[in-house]
Write a protein that binds this ligand. Structure first.
Ligand code: IVH
Length: 695
């Protein structure tokens, strides 16, 4: 480094270090101690300053900078990594007798040696191992098959309860193991948002956590509020810290001490671990959590019992797959039998009818259960549910109770099968069941109230027209008052109609009326939606099978709504990713005079019905680019958009037609090989900037 640049760089280095330390500290206090030391505004300003400095001086950025928490790095494929220490599983049992056996066997094997147990929660999430060297997080790997897992480091860095840099004293080289969980509240909010965006909700927090860790876009992972619950510290037997004779060394001799030490290093260790001296204390712990588990903010599926003294683990040894010094007790799903009072039927936004069991209220796993889904007509037939039956309802590690069968001991001999409704409970139309389908649906798309409100909800959702001041309750009320019947009516709403409109809240309890300011917000959000690009308008129309991506592809292919409406099924099916079924559905949609009229009204209201030609130069006219790697000035999406703005085309794979491969850092080796083989010029980000005249 020459003299001038070192003079330049020193203050930046100093400030980067200072900001990193400060932000780490604020994060720690916020996530570990629930303490806000600065306002969100100040915090964001510091983070922005650090992000800018790191962009300006990429060489000075710390590998575990807190800016990594917001994500942004994209992982194409998750690298397989062999675990340095295999991730063993635990012997597990549903039987308390086997826990009694485990305890007496352990006691016998250890003879006169004094020892104790620890009892702790068995988190129901995704197991991962975090490697720390010199106090820095260097790698995060999923359990996989125990021997080999996936490298998910970029996503793990976005989890706020995973420390990126450790505090105080720590072993120089160790692995922190634990479970990534998705707390119930955050999971529910996340699932609701998914539904509002027209995406499939996740079945349970564990699946959502597992899916999140495998997201390619770490910024997306950062938005989900995952937590890491540490349950184990793995240290090499010859770790020098074990024999250092200091306080850390003494903590490291027991499992409980290791977790306490981990907590001092900055890990969030759940406080529910307890040292137990005998089977009575173990039983007491299990019994307590069998009921108290329902009050926890996250899911657990059992209790783990470990011998506390690390030095005894070797003498107890391993079985084929699991250590002999630990065992898991799994909670049984709680089950009750309760009378079925009646069946009601819910109609969703696509017209699908879902039967719901109304049950004699019953206490189950910490809540009163009154209703449970009966899934569809097939489910009722297969379970052979009859009038007046009592149903077996179960609650596993999750929140939603499930009907798992009929309590045949309580069946009346004369009980008749439940008669499924033949007509829509909302609009009276005759229900239809397509050949081979498990359930019925209401075909009256255009007149059936829940379908209308559902379509309105989809239309205003974030990824569609993003009219966020119109929530479900407000839409429901606008519909009930006869002010809005279809999506085009939204554009005729006036201030007078909105002000004073009474809306029930989510629980249907409290009424609030829309104030002047609220009305103005709604109207300006509706007005702003006139600028939403064509591809999102197309998605917002809510055509079956046309999701966000499909809408984008259709919009780009046909360029405007008239060409799209005039297309034949064959032409529609030519679009990438549009299959024949979707093509037929899109075709039918636009054949309907109602839908054509709707499009005309929306067009008259000023919505975007053609792809905007936003090209700003023709520097790249006729040139096809393939983009690979990470860039400093642009995100990958930004650089692709920039190519198009300058008249170029972006393609996903290198072929004879590719003019340039635009390579950032960490370009994929496969692409490099292919480009070299085909003799396609590889250009850098700087070359690209020169091409578009922005050197
Ligand atoms: S100890 C050698 N403690 O349960 C020690 N495991 O088969 C091995 N789990 O998938 C693990 N909570 O991820 C331990 N408090 C806890 C746990 C826990 C959940 C998971 C673990 C593994 C399975 C054990």
């Amino acid at each position: 480094m020459d003299l001038f640049s070192s003079i330049d760089v020193e203050p930046a280095r100093h400030r980067i270090e200072e900001l990193t330390r400060l932000i780490d500290h604020y994060n720690y206090e916020y996530y570990m101690n629930d303490t806000s030391l600065v306002s969100d505004f100040e915090f964001d300003a510091l983070l922005r300053e650090l992000t800018d400095l790191e962009r300006q001086y990429p060489d000075l950025a710390m590998p575990n900078s807190p800016t990594k928490r917001v994500g942004g790095e994209v992982t194409k494929t998750f690298r397989h990594v062999t675990h340095r220490f295999p991730m063993l599983s635990l012997g597990n049992t549903y039987s308390i007798e086997e826990i009694v056996d485990f305890e007496s066997r352990t006691r016998k094997l250890l003879g006169d040696t004094p020892f104790s147990y620890t009892c702790e929660l068995k988190y129901d999430g995704v197991a991962i191992g975090l490697t720390y060297r010199h106090g820095q997080l260097v790698q995060a790997v999923t359990r996989g098959n125990g021997a080999v897992g996936d490298d998910i480091t970029t996503n793990a860095r976005t989890i706020n309860t995973i420390p990126l840099r450790l505090r105080g004293h720590y072993p120089d080289d160790f692995e922190a193991r634990g479970e990534v969980v998705f707390p119930f509240n955050d999971f529910e909010a996340f699932n609701r948002q998914r539904e509002a965006d027209g995406e499939e909700p996740f079945a349970n927090p564990r699946n959502a956590a597992s899916g999140s860790l495998k997201l390619q876009d770490s910024a997306e992972c950062a938005k989900r509020k995952l937590q890491f619950c540490m349950y184990f510290m793995m240290l090499p037997d010859d770790a020098p810290e074990l024999s250092a004779g200091d306080e850390l060394a003494s903590q490291l001799q027991s499992h409980l001490g290791r977790l306490q030490a981990a907590s001092q290093m900055g890990f969030k260790v759940q406080p529910y671990i307890k040292e137990c001296k005998d089977i009575d204390e173990i039983r007491e712990y299990i019994d307590y959590w069998d009921t108290a588990r329902w009050e926890l903010p996250f899911a657990i599926d059992g209790i783990v019992i470990k011998v506390n003294q690390v030095a005894l683990w070797d003498s107890l040894g391993l079985t084929a797959k699991s250590p002999r010094w630990a065992i898991a007790y799994k909670f049984k799903a709680q089950q009750v039998s309760t009378p079925l009072l009646s069946v009601s039927y819910q109609v969703g936004r696509t017209g699908v009818v879902t039967p719901v069991a109304n049950l004699e209220p019953v206490w189950l796993g910490g809540t009163t259960v009154k209703r449970a889904t009966l899934v569809n007509a097939d489910f009722i037939e297969k379970m052979d549910i009859r009038e007046g039956d009592s149903l077996l309802v179960e609650k596993g590690g999750e929140i939603i109770p499930k009907v798992v069968g009929v309590d045949l001991t309580r069946r009346q001999p004369s009980a008749l099968p439940v008669q499924y409704v033949t007509h829509c409970p909302e609009c009276g139309s005759r229900l239809v069941r397509a050949e081979g389908e498990a359930g019925y649906y209401c075909p009256n798309q255009d007149q059936c109230p829940p379908q209308i409100v559902g379509r309105l909800e989809h239309f205003v959702s974030r990824k569609a027209m993003d009219i966020d001041s119109l929530g479900s309750e407000r839409l429901e009320m606008l519909y009930q008052k006869g002010l809005v019947h279809d999506i085009a009516d939204l554009y005729d709403l006036t201030r007078e109609q909105l002000v004073g409109l009474e809306v029930l809240d989510k629980d249907g309890l409290r009424k609030a009326s829309i104030q002047e300011k609220g009305a103005d917000n709604i109207l300006s959000a509706i007005a702003a939606s006139r600028q939403v690009p064509f591809e999102r308008v197309l998605f917002a129309l809510g055509i079956r099978y046309v999701g966000e991506v499909g809408a984008k592809k259709l919009a780009r292919y046909f360029k405007n709504i008239d060409a799209l409406m005039a297309a034949s099924v064959e032409e529609l099916a030519m679009v990438e990713d549009v299959g024949t079924v979707t093509a037929a559905v899109v075709y039918d949609f636009f054949q309907s005079p109602i839908h054509r009229q709707l499009v005309e009204r929306l067009r008259a209201a000023g919505l975007q019905f053609e792809v905007e030609n936003r090209q700003i130069s023709s520097h790249l006219e006729g040139k096809t680019f393939v983009v690979s790697g990470v860039f400093s000035r642009f995100s990958r999406d930004e650089i692709k958009a920039s190519i198009e703005l300058h008249g170029g085309k972006v393609s996903g794979s290198i072929s004879g037609k590719t003019d340039y491969v635009l390579a950032g850092e960490k370009m994929g080796p496969e692409k490099l090989k292919k480009a070299e083989k085909l003799g396609v010029p590889i250009i850098s980000e700087a070359d690209y900037l020169a091409m578009i005249g922005e050197e």
